[in-house]
Design a protein around this ligand. Structure first.
Ligand code: TYM
Length: 335
């Protein structure tokens, strides 16, 4: 059986990049026969970058409503909050004990902080918490806890997946048995990294996102109109391949639709007109899901019930597996 698993950090509002890179492929995969899926809100991960409790809670609700609004079948999928599964931080500790510090030194997110500090003339580890440093270990625990073998994510998570494999392999080797399946990354090649308004990776931390549902049609329109384009005037041929407006369109269109817009751009369609076309296209696609999203947001009790049922389902697997792992390393069985 295929086990698909993926999570979203609850530190912001879901954007088109999260949707195209992870949520859409994950929900599609979960509908295939023979697939067991595990999707979750990574709220322990959120604490690494966000010390605002209200924001974490709000983001968690938005992300849960997003998954449900885009068609996740919560009866079929195990859908939960990371922080409802106490076995995850417990497993994180076991994994911390077998993870080489040198491996974490190489993590991109950590190295980026060190580079920034060095540039500013600060101590390399200035402002770096243990949470940030060991972030990939918590992520490895998320994955191996449920022995997931396929993890749909955007390109920015590839290194974390490689680290999860390393850590799982090290544990298996030390304790002499294949306790953990080695997870494989699944990348949607057509999307991989969706660009944001300024052409860099669409990301909460760059403040260049297009919100998926929040703010409604007007926020979507305002964001699309802010996409940065080159200065070629209407009538001049545009270089579609190198415009992120086109890249964003392509991530949400059929091959035929994308080819048609490309042709129009090459024949001189103005950027203003192209933005309107992108907005119309996205609005068409998102409006029906957005309606479900706002219905769910208005009914947090319903979401809470779904998440608690999901936590119970997840713990049915996590609790006995954690007992087995406690025994494997020489700890007392809790039962
Ligand atoms: P996060 O919350 O930053 O992003 C959630 C997912 O969205 C993808 N993504 C993108 N894909 C394409 N283009 C973009 N511009 C873009 N921006 C974000 C991310 O690659 C990710 O798949 N550490 C993870 C959450 C996590 C997780 C896990 C994922 C925690 N535990 C276990 C998989 C398995 C993160 O912070 O993603």
């Amino acid at each position: 059986n295929t086990r698909v698993l993926t999570g979203i950090t609850t530190s912001g509002t879901p954007h088109l990049g999260n949707y195209a890179g992870a949520i859409r492929p994950a929900v599609q995969a979960s509908a295939q026969p023979g697939v067991d899926a595990f999707f979750f809100m990574a709220d322990y991960h959120a604490l690494i970058k966000c010390d605002d409790p209200a924001r974490v809670a709000r983001s968690r609700l938005e992300i849960a409503a997003t998954w449900l609004a885009v068609g996740l079948d919560h009866e079929r999928v195990t859908f939960y909050r990371q922080s409802d599964i106490p076995e995850i931080p417990e497993l994180t500790w076991l994994l911390n004990c077998v993870t080489a510090k040198g491996l974490m030194n190489r993590a991109h997110a950590y190295k980026a902080s060190v580079d920034q500090n060095t540039e500013k003339g600060l101590e390399p580890d200035d402002g770096v918490t243990m949470g940030l440093f060991s972030y990939p270990v918590l992520m490895a625990a998320d994955i191996v806890m449920f022995n997931a073998n396929k993890v749909p994510v955007g390109r920015d998570q590839i290194q974390h997946l490689e680290m999860a494999r390393d850590i799982a392999q090290r544990f298996n080797h030390l304790y002499g048995r294949d306790y953990f399946t080695l997870p494989e990354v699944v990348i949607e090649e057509d999307v991989a990294t969706l660009p944001g308004l300024d052409g860099r990776k669409m990301s909460k931390s760059y403040n260049n996102t297009i919100p998926l549902f929040e703010g409604g049609a007007s926020a979507l329109r305002a964001a699309v109109m802010r996409i940065v384009t080159d200065s070629r005037a209407p009538g001049e041929p545009k270089d579609a391949e190198n415009s992120h407006l086109y890249t964003i369109y392509r991530a949400f269109a059929t091959h035929e639709q994308a080819a048609a817009l490309r042709k129009q751009l090459e024949e001189g369609m103005g950027w203003g007109e192209a933005k309107q076309a992108l907005y119309d296209h996205l609005e068409n696609l998102l409006a029906p899901m957005r309606e479900k999203y706002f219905d769910l947001m208005a009914n947090p009790g319903r979401i809470e019930d779904i998440l608690q049922a999901g936590a119970a389902k997840a713990r049915k697997l996590a609790t006995p597996f954690m007992q087995e792992l406690r025994q494997a390393v020489g700890l007392r069985n809790l039962q």
